[in-house]
Ligand binder design. Structure first.
Ligand code: OFO
Length: 173
């Protein structure tokens, strides 16, 4: 059974995952309008994944006797200077999410809620992988510099890195 405090914190995380999904969706749209189909496919996939992260929390909260809720979100940014700026924002965003997950993990320990603490380990690992991925992409972009033909190859590589589409009916369980 969740304490009111942990339920509230988990619902704040629901909100953050929901905002992450919209944030990636807006970036994907920007990339698509620039003809960067590999980058946009990757970002659309990330957006789907963030929605799955939100749903995992939803099911957990409700199964543990709480009530999962999601509020309205502020509109994400729609314009970027270039791809590098997109992925700098991705890294900054993911570092912020990691810090919120860490606070949540800490609160669970203080409340002696070891079940939620255990559940959150999946998010700890996921954040580590997402940070690593954003850093790898930024390294590739740094190698490219202003090379336009390199950007074409980068975009093609990004298509290969796109997460598998999320369309299973029980996605997020
Ligand atoms: Fe939800 O994984 Fe990052 O934000």
């Amino acid at each position: 059974m969740l304490s009111k405090k942990i339920e509230k914190l988990l619902n704040e995380q629901v909100q953050l995952e929901s905002e992450s999904s919209l944030y990636y969706l807006a970036m994907a749209s920007w990339a698509e309008t620039k003809g960067l189909n590999g980058v946009s496919g990757f970002l659309y996939g990330q957006s789907d994944e963030e929605r799955v992260h939100m749903l995992k929390l939803f099911h957990f909260i409700n199964e543990r006797g709480g009530h999962a809720v999601v509020g309205g979100s502020k509109s994400p940014r729609t314009q970027y200077k270039n791809v590098k700026e997109v992925f700098e924002e991705v890294l900054k965003h993911e570092l912020g999410v990691t810090s919120e997950i860490n606070k949540l993990v800490d609160a669970c320990l203080k409340e002696k809620d070891y079940t939620t603490h255990n559940f959150l380990q999946w998010y700890v690992t996921e954040q580590m992988e997402e940070e690593k991925q954003a850093l790898t992409i930024l390294d590739k972009l740094a190698l490219l510099g202003d090379d336009k033909s390199g950007l074409y190859l980068f975009d093609r590589d990004m298509a290969a890195m796109a997460p598998a589409p999320v369309n299973a009916p029980d996605a997020g369980k």
